[in-house]
Ligand binder design. Structure first.
Ligand code: FES
Ligand code: MG
Length: 571
């Protein structure tokens, strides 16, 4: 093994080496600082991130594995983001979490890191950090909750909330039953058990090669998760020995595989911004169009909510990600490597589908072409997304009158107004919800439908927004519109009554207003008032530096890598 990075702190007899060692002794073995890899366990456990609250137990298994392989495990609690708890949106701090983790890994005497995440933004922020500091790193996804059950059927996290709350709004479910469903939905430790963003990012992280193959998607209460964590601890020590850093195994091919996986699992649209941001940290030239080019024709093979029926516990039982990837093996790059040093493709040979209802074979897909489609047009010159598998087929080609809302508050104030001029063919437009405008790009694009239309039995409408939507949501939603209204995008110029045309097959989203007239229009005062203008703190930094959704919504000065070098001593 080459000289360890941590030796820059611990080696030698001078005063600084003395200081670095002495304060760390406190009962560790005498040889802890000589040639033993120092492995940080970047842990997003927090009681306020309920999906990750169990990660301290997972960390204990990682510690055992690190010790067993001759390394020294070091707990490193990092910024944690609980999707359901933090306001106004966890996405506002994804980049902050990534920056803080990157900086603390660089500043400290560590040689490698095990990344413990789960809830939506946690794995993306950890991977962005690891990519930028470029130290050997392996992800242990915290795993999904057990299946929820209610009224004798499956009840999925998130998806069930959207469904049941619409039932209450439509008057078909009582308030009391609605409340009773809470504990039926969230039955155990772990993250959301639908194919939402957390499940998607855990599986996509495995497809990228950053997770021990075959372990993402292991339910949080399953003993096999602890076994995987133990193994990851050992592996981190090996990775230091082999100098297996993200820059050495995360390539364009890894991202192509991740996009194929994202499509085949019918994953969350949020994965697009996260993958773009991670690639940006590595200097890999991934673009929005790559998602359409590589992913849009890939069949969806996983019958999980929100697009389908089952939940993650079923997915794991049915064979997990490797069983899915085996079906689309021809679409994968056989050379893309993983944390183990071996190619991902090498793990597919023994993969099997144990339940053909949950994981479909290629000849029986859930959706024939189900990946994410990238739209452009005079409403979204830099792109927008739609997830056809979560949309209504009859709305994929649609022309309708815009009903425009300038902010989420404006939307909430007016959507259920019986006098609102809206019908089933209208296109709901919500702006001011992009990275800058909100700020933080919240998950509001799947706007609830007007009560009066719900009562008429309308269950889906075309919706257009510069924000995101929850990975557990569904509907014909055009989202991540770039540039956002607050960044001067044409979305700011649309007026109620304009006709909007969506044509997913042609990959177009346009407002039927001549360019010359659009150019003459200026956003009115009410529109601009809806955009955030924070004066201090993180929000201020974020708004001044955040990039648009089509490039991953990272901060402009965080794109790329600084490596792990620290040039100066602390004393
Ligand atoms: Fe944490 Fe869904 S709220 S994963
Ligand atoms: Mg979410």
């Amino acid at each position: 093994m080459e000289r360890l990075r941590s030796a820059q702190w611990y080696e030698g007899q001078d005063r600084n080496a003395y200081i670095h060692r002495a304060w760390m002794r406190r009962g560790v073995p005498g040889d802890a600082f000589t040639g033993r890899p120092q492995i940080a366990i970047a842990n997003t456990a927090s009681d306020l991130t309920p999906c990750n609250a169990h990660l301290n137990e997972v960390a204990a298994s990682v510690r055992n594995g690190v010790y067993e392989a001759g390394g020294i495990p070091l707990d490193l609690p990092v910024v944690s983001l609980g999707e359901t708890q933090v306001r106004p949106t966890a996405m506002l701090w994804r980049n902050m979490a990534a920056m803080a983790t990157e900086e603390m890994l660089r500043a400290n005497p560590v040689d490698g890191v095990v990344l413990l995440g789960g809830c939506d933004k946690t794995i993306p922020s950890l991977l962005m950090a690891a990519a930028s500091v470029d130290l050997p790193a392996v992800v242990v996804p915290g795993g999904p909750m057990l299946n929820g059950t209610f009224r004798g059927g499956l009840l999925g996290c998130g998806t069930g909330v959207w469904q049941l709350s619409e039932e209450v709004r439509a008057g078909t479910l009582s308030q009391e039953q609605f409340t009773r469903s809470e504990s039926a939905m969230i039955r155990s430790r772990g993250h959301c058990n639908t194919m939402g963003t957390a499940s998607t990012m855990a599986l996509v992280a495995e497809a990228l090669g950053t997770v021990v193959p075959g372990t993402a998607g292991t339910p949080a209460p399953d003993s096999r998760l602890l076994e995987a964590a133990h193994h990851a601890g050992r592996l981190a020590v090996d990775m230091v020995g082999a100098d297996r850093r993200p820059a050495t195994f995360l390539t364009e091919a890894s991202f192509r595989n991740a996009i194929v996986a994202l499509a085949a699992i019918g994953g969350s649209t949020n994965a697009v911004v996260h993958l773009l941001a991670i690639a940006g940290r590595l200097g890999i030239d991934l673009s929005l169009d790559d998602f359409d080019r590589i992913g849009s024709r890939v069949p969806v093979l996983v019958d999980l909510q929100p697009a389908g029926r089952f939940l993650m516990e079923d997915f794991h039982r049915a064979g997990g990600l490797l069983a899915v990837l085996r079906e689309v093996r021809d679409l994968l790059d056989p050379d893309a490597l993983t944390v183990t040093g071996g190619p991902l493709a090498a793990y597919l040979d023994d993969a099997e589908i144990w339940d053909g209802e949950v994981i479909r074979t290629r000849d029986r897909p859930l959706v024939a072409e189900g990946g994410i489609a990238v739209l452009r047009g005079n409403l979204a010159p830099d792109g927008a997304l739609v997830k056809p598998a979560a949309a209504s087929p009859h709305l994929l080609r649609h022309r309708g009158r815009a009903v425009v809302f300038d902010s989420i508050e404006d939307f909430r104030a007016r959507i259920d107004d019986p006098d609102l001029d809206v019908d089933a063919d209208s296109v709901l437009v919500l702006r001011g919800c992009g990275p800058r405008g909100y700020p933080g790009m919240p998950e509001v694009a799947n706007m609830p439908l007007p009560k009066k239309l719900l009562a008429q039995g309308v269950r889906d409408m075309v919706r257009v927004c510069d924000g995101r939507m929850s990975g557990t949501a569904y509907g014909t939603v055009v989202l991540h519109v770039a540039p956002e209204a607050a960044a001067g995008g044409p979305l700011a110029l649309v007026r109620t009554g304009d006709f909007i045309t969506l044509d997913v097959a042609a990959r177009r989203i346009d407002v039927d207003v001549p360019d010359a007239e659009l150019a003459r229009r200026a956003p009115d005062k009410a529109t601009v008032a809806g955009f955030a203008a924070p004066r201090r703190g993180w929000e201020r930094l974020y708004v001044d530096h955040v990039r648009q959704a089509d490039t991953g919504a990272d901060l402009d000065f965080l794109v790329g890598s600084s490596g792990s070098e620290v040039s100066r001593e602390s004393h």
